[in-house]
Design a protein around this ligand. Sequence first.
Ligand SMILES: [Zn+2]
Length: 284
Amino acid sequence: MKKKWGLLGGCLVLIALLGGGFWWSQSRPTTLSRPARHNRIKQQAVSTPPAKTVKATPWIKLKQPLQLPILMYHSISSGNQLRVPKHQFVSEMAYLKQHHYRTFTTAEAIRALTTNTVPQKKVVWITLDDAYKDNLTNGLPVLEKYNLHATINVITGFTHKRNHLSLAQMKRMKATGHVDFASHTVQHLNLDELTATQQKQELVNSKHWLDTHLDQRTQMLCYPAGRANATTHRLAKQSGYQLALTTQEGVATLKQGRYNLSRLRVTPGMTTATFADLITVTNR
Ligand SMILES: [Zn+2]
């Protein structure tokens, strides 16, 4: 009898041991030690093909000086001659997308103009002056939809105003990668009517505000109402800007001067055909 109980007990111990072993093997993946888990991740990483190395394509050197169409917008809404309705902006951005235009960032525009090179034939630089709130509500969704880029020229003293973009909104827009920000001075005064000291303050303080708040090195200045004089050009360079934009009508070329570049005004009611003509230049 004693022997029988002993045998039964032995069997129970064996079952318990086998069961335990089974449980341990099942639960093992979640109880891997850190190095073991690391090795497994490493193995998985090795088994997936390595990502292709993206080579920076060299830009094309032009034989003639670059002719860069720089579009000038303000508000994307309806109401006056400075406002372009959203439906028109949509048509124009759709045109750029359908016709394979490359929409420059500020850095790309500087590179193109100063080295006389382009990444492709069709290039355009979209700029929006004054940093209206509708650039976020009406403009950004369109840029995102067509995967285009635009530069917004900020009046840094206006960022608390109801119709203008706040700093938080600018940060959000910048994070999308579809927008960058340049200076449109602090108070939007006619620079050519100010003393050199006052001009310098407008140029330096707006740059400092953008550099600090948007964590960038602001490289472009856009003159309010296009007004500037020889002192402004000198001070823009001295303040660390790489180039500056006016409201003079025309396609930009470096011949105009780095601090005196022309733009193409987009007016409300302009047809897409007119828009297409406006940006058609021959870059060879
Ligand atoms: Zn303006």
